[in-house]
Design a protein around this ligand. Structure first.
Ligand SMILES: [Zn+2]
Length: 270
């Protein structure tokens, strides 16, 4: 297991003022606080007017991310593909956005891209990923994520069956918050994934909803989880904990980042 701090670029994206910023503005905040490992949030493509959906503007945007990577000596350990939020479907528009985010990730040297499964059908997901990989002209690895509801793909047995159709092309991103909401035995899931586990989404909640809080702000047993990660996992302990900052002013964001770093240290030392 890697011990250095890693976070999705959305860690302080929300604030009480409702001021929106994209990765280009957020990355320097983390880098200046000493965070060197980042998970790029291509879910930004779902925001109306995102430059990432336009050819010329996206080239400029990706160029800027490349410059930031070099300037601060960053590694992009993971990225998150856009996904159909509530009320949306996996239509052609969504698939082409996902394919674009795969391409951006590969250009930026991202290790793997996290993509959500769609619905509850194993066969349906095998077909979806066959199509995406067929249409994708590149080699990036896909990490499939366990979902937050039992009406979706959530259990290790389901995810492992889907990825077994794509040896060498797909692994798993374990979302510990989702596992807590679906009342899974977290250490058992981590063990079941074993060497297929290539990424994480780390956030806490009280088991009643996916609250995306920092560790110890919910009821996850972090000692048990970290023991299992240490035993079975080689990648980063990567935050997807963007809702804690929602109750904070933009003026307090450096404190939020410092707290996240401090809690990460505590996790690693458990
Ligand atoms: Zn997640």
């Amino acid at each position: 297991m890697q011990t250095e701090v890693s976070t999705n670029t959305n860690l302080v994206v929300f604030n009480t003022e409702g001021i929106m910023r994209d990765m280009r503005e957020l990355i320097p905040l983390y880098a200046k606080a000493g965070i060197r490992h980042l998970d790029l949030n291509f879910c930004e493509m779902l925001n109306p007017g995102s430059p990432l959906n336009e050819e010329e503007k996206s080239a400029e945007y990706i160029g800027k991310l490349m410059n930031l990577k070099e300037e601060y000596g960053l590694t992009f350990v993971q990225s998150h593909a856009p996904y159909p939020a509530r009320g949306m479907v996996m239509d052609e528009r969504m698939k082409s956005m996902i394919l674009k985010s795969m391409h951006y990730s590969e250009v930026l040297g991202v290790d793997h891209i996290v993509i959500h499964p769609e619905g509850k059908s194993i066969e349906g997901n095998v077909e979806l990923f066959e199509e995406l990989l067929d249409r994708y002209d590149g080699n990036i690895t896909i990490a499939l994520e366990n979902m937050e509801s039992k009406e979706e793909i959530y259990h290790s047995s389901e995810l492992l069956e889907i990825i077994s159709h794509f040896p060498g092309r797909m692994g798993i991103c374990f979302d510990i918050g989702h596992a807590n909401v679906t009342h899974l035995d977290i250490p058992k899931e981590i063990e079941a994934y074993g060497e297929n586990l290539i990424g994480t989404h780390i956030a806490d909640n009280d088991g009643n909803g996916d609250q995306h809080l920092l560790p110890w702000m919910g009821n996850i047993d972090w000692k048990k989880a970290m023991d299992a990660f240490r035993k079975y996992y080689r990648g980063y302990i990567n935050y997807e904990a963007m809702f804690y900052s929602r109750t904070k002013s933009i003026r307090e964001e450096n404190e939020v980042i410092e707290l996240a770093i401090e809690l990460h240290r505590r996790l690693i030392s458990l």
